[in-house]
Design a protein around this ligand. Structure first.
Ligand code: NAD
Length: 302
């Protein structure tokens, strides 16, 4: 299965280590990002850096994208400002795997446009954070045809441990929105509990240890503690840099809110969490990891 040529577009906090894992496994990776520094990091792992997304896709039978939001993905594949998108130039039979978190409706639009040109498109957003991307242990939530997923599986296994077929086109994104709405709420709830503990004189590391083995246990406590110094290797312990940006969480909560309104579903805590991340972003913290939201809650800030 190492005879693929993979175009990888978007080499940021997540795409960078994902592309590095594919190249490290001996696959031919033609990578591109608008940011030359991101390209340089992936080149160190053996990927060939292309001059443009179009050049990266030349001769590739699989195209993987890991971009910030719907507009970037639609712009890349469907075109923008009169420029044609990448889909128009891909050979029939090419497999496109978009791993970005975008609106389910955008994923469906992409799948439909692909189908018209004989190109298979999967939406395959991920969970597991930058640590999971680096370790190759991501969870993939996949929307699209089972036969296309079977083709993608050997490649996805180089980047992830858990693969879930959520349903047809857009279903992976729908699952991702539900998950991230819960994560956004969990981060705030966990931050509130830790802040209250500190105000009551508890050491946040001791309280975290207690709650991890009690009924408040959750992924944030286990893998992503928001208090600086409690856990090594997480954004909180490196000035909230290099993780999952507050503005990206805000984007996901916006997508969840849109989907909730469209489906007439009450998401009270999801809406409140969105407003808190919006306030945090407006205060100038949008580029920091989302765990820095604890700065709004903690007695002496983050
Ligand atoms: P990031 O901002 O670190 O990386 C995005 C990269 O895309 C940047 O390097 C940027 O230069 C590049 N880019 C933007 N437009 C481009 C274009 N047209 N062509 C080429 N490159 C382009 O973001 P990230 O944290 O890697 O997140 C990427 C996606 O993964 C987002 O949708 C995010 O919601 C999702 N996600 C992130 C995490 C996380 O922990 N960071 C976890 C799960 C899912």
């Amino acid at each position: 299965m190492n005879d693929h040529t993979i175009a990888f577009i978007g080499l940021g906090n997540m795409g960078g280590p994902m592309a590095a894992n594919l190249a490290g496994a001996g696959l031919a990776v033609q990578a591109f990002d608008l940011d030359p520094a991101a390209c340089a990091r992936v080149a160190e792992h053996g990927a060939r850096i292309a001059e443009s997304a179009r050049a990266a896709a030349e001769g590739a039978d699989v195209v993987i994208s890991m971009l910030p939001a719907s507009r970037h993905v639609e712009g890349l594949f469907l075109g923008s400002g009169g420029e044609p998108g990448l889909l128009a130039g891909l050979a029939a039979g090419t497999l496109v795997i978009d791993c970005s978190t975008i609106a389910p409706a955008s994923a469906q639009k992409l799948a439909q446009a692909g189908r018209a040109g004989g190109i298979a498109v999967l939406d395959a957003p991920v969970s597991g954070g930058t640590a999971g991307a680096a370790a190759g242990t991501l969870t993939f939530m996949i929307g699209g045809d089972a036969a296309d997923l079977a083709r993608a599986e050997p490649l996805l296994r180089h980047m992830g441990r858990n693969l879930f077929h959520a349903g047809g086109a857009g279903a992976g994104q729908a699952a991702k929105l539900c998950n991230n709405m819960l994560l956004g709420i969990l981060m705030i709830g966990t931050g509130e509990a830790l802040s209250l503990g500190e105000a009551l004189g508890l050491d946040p590391a001791v309280l975290s240890g207690i709650m991890q083995k009690s009924s408040g246990a959750n992924w944030v406590l286990e893998k992503y503690n928001p208090v600086p110094g409690v856990m090594e290797g997480v954004p909180a312990s490196r000035g909230y840099s290099g993780g999952f940006g507050t503005d990206l969480m805000l984007k996901d909560l916006g997508l969840a809110a849109e989907a909730a309104i469209a489906s007439r579903t009450p998401v009270l805590l999801g809406g409140l969490a969105g407003s808190l991340y919006a306030a945090h972003s407006r205060a100038g913290q949008g580029g920091l990891d989302f765990s820095s939201i604890i700065g709004l809650l903690r007695p002496r800030g983050a």
